[in-house]
Design a binder for this molecule. Structure first.
Ligand SMILES: [Zn+2]
Ligand SMILES: [Zn+2]
Length: 337
């Protein structure tokens, strides 16, 4: 089968490799038919993260199920499924507590497309092994466009969780989204509106994303001073200074969800945060439990992820498309079931 790998810094290539097989009765094999780039991917390709090549790329996709083990009950050959980025068993103490990101049945950080906890394959590949099919895979409802939910594996669901958790416990929430990565900020604008925010402001110096945010319903003409204005801040930036600005913008009792990955150790205005009794949450999101809700939101038209994924490419075009600036693209592959 063909696997898309990051071979070296800036080098993306398709390679021929052995097709995986079922590891046990709980596993499945799937074939990605709509694979999306995560906002992390272009940086993984560029070699500017702690994760060094070579490794298979991709941790967002909708796939068709090719084959399942004898004990798999929730999916069967031919089903379309969302494949969460995190490898998790669904049964260990951490998984049962909702912390699949700390699953103890696999090495820490075991995931598709990022070599942080071993190599588990990438979701751009032709065939992918899913070790815990019932615990991981989420079948698509009939009629849902696979392209629209290709990012449900990570970015789309991450944006929903980051927005909905703090908004759910705050009346008339005034929300600021600090943009800066390819898609997360604009998706967070859509998800904040879907979660019932009273208003959503979008802060970014990039005109392309500002336009997408505006088309998603955000106000992009902000006041000169933002301090202490917002009940909820969603930080979807890699810029530590922008995060800092977002933290200063929190109103008393506010909550900042930090979902942009910052590899450095940024300055946090802790004393000012202390005086305002604010919360900062940071963390890789356990997306699996929230994917059905995201399917609902997309299916009912309450968010439109395709607004931020305008580039749809073939497998042949993927190696060039994925390194473009501002790239958020979806690679499609024909079905075989
Ligand atoms: Zn990701
Ligand atoms: Zn587990």
């Amino acid at each position: 089968m063909k696997e898309l790998i990051v071979r070296g810094a800036g080098q993306l290539a398709w390679v021929e490799t052995a097709s995986p097989s079922l590891s046990d009765a709980r596993s499945a094999l799937v074939r990605p038919i709509a694979s999306a780039s995560c906002d992390l991917d272009r940086r993984l390709i560029a070699g500017v993260t702690p994760f060094k090549p070579p490794f298979a790329l991709g941790h967002e996709c909708v796939a068709e199920v090719l084959e399942v083990g004898d004990e798999v009950t929730t999916v069967r050959r031919g089903d379309l499924v969302s494949v969460p980025w995190k490898i998790a068993c669904g049964e260990c103490r951490q998984c049962r507590a909702g912390r699949a990101t700390a699953c103890t049945a696999v090495p820490r950080h075991a995931a598709y497309g990022v070599p942080a906890g071993g190599h588990w394959g990438g979701l751009f590949s032709e065939v992918v092994h899913v070790p815990f099919a019932d615990a991981m895979l989420v079948p698509l409802p009939p009629g849902l466009n696979p392209l629209a939910v290709a990012s449900a594996s990570d970015n789309l669901t991450d944006a929903w969780v980051a927005a909905s958790r703090p908004i759910a416990v705050r009346e008339e929430a005034r929300v600021l989204v600090v943009g800066g990565t390819e898609s997360l900020g604009v998706l967070a604008v859509q998800m904040a509106a879907a979660a019932g925010a009273a208003s959503v402001d979008y802060l970014d110096d990039n005109d392309y994303r500002r336009d997408l945010a505006s088309r998603s319903g955000a106000n992009i003409e902000l006041a000169p001073v933002l301090d202490e204005r917002y009940d909820v801040v969603i930080s979807a930036t890699r810029d530590p200074h922008a995060l800092h600005r977002g933290l200063l913008a929190l109103a008393p009792g506010g909550h900042c969800s930090c979902i942009g990955i910052i590899f450095e150790d940024p300055k946090i205005p802790l004393f000012g945060m202390y005086l305002r009794d604010v919360t900062l949450s940071v963390g890789a999101c356990n997306v699996r439990p929230h994917i059905p809700k995201v399917f609902d939101l997309v299916g009912s038209g309450r968010c439109d992820p395709l607004l931020v994924s305008p580039t749809v490419v073939s497998c042949e075009e993927a190696t060039e498309a994925l390194v473009q600036p501002l790239a958020k693209c979806i690679m499609v592959r024909e079905r075989v079931t």
